[in-house]
Ligand binder design. Structure first.
Ligand code: PEP
Ligand code: MN
Length: 342
């Protein structure tokens, strides 16, 4: 259920409704918009316990304008819960409506020179956040699995040099505390998008979470994963479309560009695109990136390496720094036409 408070509702009335919700055995999630406060109510409705419909009980509370049931299985992530788009802030960098925020950096953190050189390159081209994997979800267990803590330290040093906040993946619940010391955004990779234990744990933190759609995850399933994080109390969720598996083999995955307008219709959360893992080949990355901004995405996460030909992972899809610079110039022109701030 969603409780919409009147514009004139006082803090005391909002607290009264929250108290009532808790007395009825539900959990409330309060979101204070610029216009009015909306309270998401989650929990099981037991007809035996409650003789009167909780919807009517809450409708009678002071300061309440209207109460309605959310038709979707995801509640907090739903646009019905919060019609205003959510902006997620990372160290002062905004990801959300009206902005086009580019996250860039290598697939994996490999060594000091690679990381610092690439970080400086993407920063000067206009990236607002730095990506890099210290824990890598590799298909083959005999290939490079990431530098672990050493990689996290290199990310920290890159942040000190460039000022760019860090986006990095956490794969294993046992690494979460360590990753939290270094990451500004916790990335949940495509392969872990339905690792519900991990989702609950990142939901208990206050760090922004970047959720990458799985290669065979429906849009509704992606939103249910967001709901797992949000239902634990963390509303700072960014969704990412990174290509899904289809019969097509010309690209690594098929970028589901429709996911952008569909998600924009269903959720208030920011939506970004990963053109690198979608394409799998660097030559297609610029076109997919431009499609992303045109389709209404709020940003990109894109793989860039100072020397992709020697990259330890995903060598074929990482852009060189000059290629990334060219792409950023094109994106800035498009952003201007589309009225987005970059
Ligand atoms: C990544 O971003 O490094 C990555 C492994 O992507 P995905 O989880 O989308 O495959
Ligand atoms: Mn990669």
């Amino acid at each position: 259920m969603i409780v919409i408070m009147k514009k004139s509702a006082t803090d005391e009335q909002i607290e009264g409704v929250v108290k009532k919700i808790s007395e009825l055995g539900f959990v409330s999630h309060v979101s204070k918009g610029s216009e009015r406060t909306v309270i998401g109510v989650v929990g099981e409705f037991s007809k035996d316990k409650l003789k009167i419909d909780p919807l009517s009980l809450l409708s009678m509370e002071r300061g309440v304008e209207t109460v309605y049931r959310v038709s979707k299985p995801y509640k907090l992530a739903s646009i019905e819960n919060r019609p205003e788009p959510t902006t997620v802030y990372v160290d002062g960098v905004a990801i959300g409506e009206g902005k086009f925020t580019v996250i860039a950096g290598p697939c994996s953190v490999e060594n000091h020179h690679q990381m610092i050189t690439t970080a400086k390159g993407v920063k000067s081209a206009g990236a607002k956040l730095l990506r890099g994997g210290a824990y890598k979800p590799r298909t083959n267990p005999y290939t490079f699995q990431g530098l672990g803590e050493e990689g996290l330290k290199l990310l920290k040093e890159s942040k000190e040099v460039t000022g760019l906040p860090i986006v990095t993946e956490v794969m294993n619940p046992k690494d979460l505390d360590l990753v939290l010391e270094y990451a500004d955004v916790l990335q949940i990779g495509a392969r872990n998008i339905q690792n519900f234990a991990l989702l609950k744990l990142v939901g208990q933190t206050t760090k922004p979470v970047l959720l990458k759609r799985g290669m065979s995850t429906s849009i509704e399933e992606l939103l249910m994963s967001a709901e797992y994080v949000m239902s634990e109390g963390n509303a700072n969720v960014i969704l990412c479309e990174r290509g899904i598996r289809t019969f097509e083999t010309a690209t690594r995955n098929t970028l589901d560009i429709s996911a952008v307008p569909v998600l924009k219709k269903l959720t208030h959360l920011p939506v970004i695109i990963d053109p690198s893992h979608a394409a799998g080949k660097r030559e297609y990355v610029p076109a997919l990136s431009k499609a992303a901004i045109a389709a209404g995405a709020d940003g990109l996460i894109i793989e860039v390496h100072y020397k992709p030909e020697i990259a330890i992972s995903d060598a074929s899809q990482q852009l060189t720094i000059p290629e990334f610079e060219d792409l950023m110039k094109d994106l800035k022109k498009l952003a201007q036409v589309l009225g987005k701030e970059m």
